[in-house]
Design a protein around this ligand. Sequence first.
Ligand code: BGC
Length: 765
Amino acid sequence: MQGMRRRTLLSAAGGTAMAGGLLGVGNAQAAAAPAARSVPRASGPYDQKIKQLMGRMTVDEKFGQLQQLPWTWDTGPGGGETKAVEDAARKGMLGSVFSIFGAKTTNALQKIAVEESRLGIPLVFGLDVIHGMWTNFPIPLAQAASFDPAVTVADAEVSAKEARSNGVHWTFAPMMDVTHEPRWGRIAEGSGEDPYLTSAFAAAKVRGYQGEDPKDLKAKDRVAACAKHFVAYGGAEGGRDYNTVDVSESRLRNLYLPPFKAALDAGVATVMASFNTISGVPAHANPHTLTDILKKEWGFDGLVVSDFTGVKELIAHGFAEDGADAARLSLNAGVDMEMTSTHFVENGKKLLRAGKIEQQRLDDAVYRVLQLKYQLGLFDQPYVEEKGEITEPSADARKAARAAAARSMVLLKNEKSVLPLSAKASSIAVVGPFADSADLLGTWVIPASEKKFPAGKVLDAVKKAAPGAKVTYAKGVDAAGKDTSGIGEAVAAAKAAEVTVVVVGEPPAISGEAAARSDISLPGAQEKLIEAVAATGKPFVVVLVNGRPLTVGDWLAQAPAVLEAWHPGIEAGHAIADVLFGAVNPGGKLPASFPRTVGQIPIHYNHESTGRPYDADNKYTSKYLDLPDGPQFPFGFGLSYTDFTLGDPKLSRSSVAADALRKGDTLEVSVEVRNTGKRAGDEVVQLYVHDRAASLTQPVRRLRGFRRVTLAPGKHTTVRFRLGAADLGFWTNDSHGHFTVEAGAFDLYVGTSSAATAKLGLTVD
Ligand code: BGC
C-alpha cells in the first residue's frame, strides 16, 4: 500500500484564508541572535508623513513611542499609576495607554500628550473590550456556538461604537487561541477547539470592529482590532494558564496559526504576543513566529504589542538575563510596543549604542506605532466629542445582545419534549444559585459595566414570559461550597410546581484568565441539587451557565432536558427565557467537545488516528478501560425543538487533479436539508474532510464548511460548500512554510455534528 501512494506536492494556494505565501526565510534557531532580520515593507498611504515625523524624533522619543502604560486597572504585576502616565505623556515618552476609557478622561490625558509634549504626538488608547463595553454580549465561546459569524459582527459593531465614543481607539480582541483544553479558563475568550470555525469568527470580528478598510480606522464607530495571543497559547500543558507549549511546526501551522492568518487577511491592525513558550522559545522573544512568519511570510505591516508584562517575564522564563536582555530579545524578535513593563524605554538607548539593537529595527517598530495613529486619524482628531459619549446600552444594542445570546445557546438534551415550556403553565419553580443572579456577564467585563449594567436575571425573565404562572424561587445551594441545607426548600418548590427550571453553572470568576480548573464539573454541591430535584419525579430542565465545556456527570441521565446557555451577557435572563419558552428555537452547536471525565482530556474531534484506533472488542486499541469511546457531547452537536433530515450529499465530481486545484479549481458539495418537524428552526449543516493517507498523519476529521439555515416547517433548502486546495491540503513540518495537497483518497462527511456519518469519496490525482 505504502509504495502505491503518490505524493503530489502542491505549493500553497495563495489567496485563501488558510494558505499563506511562501516568502519565509530564516529559522527558529536565531532566537538569541542580537540583530533582527529586517522586514521589507511596502509604503502605505501615510509613509511620507511618518518619515517626516520620525526625522524630527530623538532616540528617546522613539523609544517613548514603544511604551504602553496601564491607567487605573491592575490585571497583574505592574498596576496603573496615573501620575506616572501623565508625566511620561508630557515628556513625549509614551506611545499608548490602556485600561482607560471615558471621553473626559481620555481627552484630558490626550491634551497633555498633544499640547504639552515637544512633538505633540497623540496617544493611542487601548481597552479590553472583549464581548462588549456597556452592552455585554455572550462570551466569545458562546458566540462561536452560534456557528453564525453575524453574531460576532453584531457584538463587534456595538462594542466599537460604545468604545470609540468613550475615547477608546483600540480593543485587545478578538482572541483566537484554538485550544483542546477545557480546563484552561481562557477557552471562554476564544472560539473553541477548531481552527476553521475560529478563523471564521476571527475574521468576522475584525471586520466588525474595523470596517472594511484597515488603512482607515477614523470613523467614529470603529476601533482597531488586535489578534491575540500570538501564538499557541491554547496549547498550555495541562490547561494551566501561562504554561509551556511544545508544538511541532506542522501543528503550529495547521492548528494554531490559521485564525491569525484569517485575521490578517481581514486586515487586523495589531497583534498581541502570547505569554507561553513555543518549543522552548517564549513567544515574546520568538523571531520565528513574530518576524519570520508574521511579518515576513505573511507581510504583516501592523503593530505587535506585548501582552502585559510579557517582556519582563522573559526573565522568569529563564530566557533573558535581566531587563536589558529581555528588551533586546523581544524587540529583535519583533515585538514593537511594550505593555506595562518598561524595559524597552529604560534600556533601548544603551542597547542601540552597543549595537545590540539595530537602528532599522527601532525605526521599524516606531513606524508601526505611528502608522496605527495615522490610520486612526489621531493626528487630525486626537480628541473624542464629549457630547457623543455613549454611557449606557441603547435599546437596539440590548436587542442585539439578546438575540445573540439566544442564538448561541445549545440544546443538549430534550426528552419527551419537556422543552419548550408552556407560557400557560400554572406554576413554575426556578431554582439554583444562578436563578436569581446577575452574575451572568462572563469573563472580561469592564468593571464599571458590571456595576452599572448587570445581567438580567432568569427568575425575573421567567415571571415576565409566563405572566399567568405562579413562579416560586429557591436558591438550593451556593455556586461554591458544600452546604446542602437549602436543598430541601428547592425540592419543596419543585414538588409544588408543574415544572422546574434549575439554573446551575460556573461563576464567571472561575472562567477566563488565570482561572484554570482541575475539575470541570459543576462546582460545589450543585450536582446534589439537580439530583434532589430529579428525585421528585417531576419534569425539570437544567440550564447551564458556564464559560467552558463541563463534565456533566451522572446527573445527565436523570435530567430530562439540558440547555447550555454559557455566560449569556447583559440580556441573560430574557435570552434564556426566549429559548425556554420557544420564542427562539435553539440552533447553536458545541464549539468544543464536552468530555465525559477530566481524565479523558484532551479529547477533541480533530485528533489524529493512532495505529490502533478504538475498537470496543479489542483491548489493545487506543482507549480508556473505564470509559466508552468519545466525548459526552461531540463538537458540532446541538438539538432543536424541530426535526431536520438531510438528503444524500452530492459531490460535483468524484475526482480532481492536484494541478487543477493548485490553479484554483474547486469542487462543490451539496446537500438538501429539510425541516420535517412542526416548528420553524435552525440547523447547522457541517462538512468535514479526512485525508485517508498522507505524508503527515491527518486529523480523522477537519471541519471545512458550515452553514446555519433557518427553515419553516416542511420547507427545505440546498446547502452548497466549495472545496479547494486550502481545504484538502496541510502545512508540512518545513519551518519555511510549505503547504501541500497530496494525491490520494479523501473522505468527506456531511451532517449536523462532527459525528456525521453520511460519507462521500473524493480522489485527488
Ligand atoms: C491578557 C490580555 C489582555 C491584557 C491587557 C493580559 O493579562 O492576557 O489578553 O489584553 O492583559 O489587559
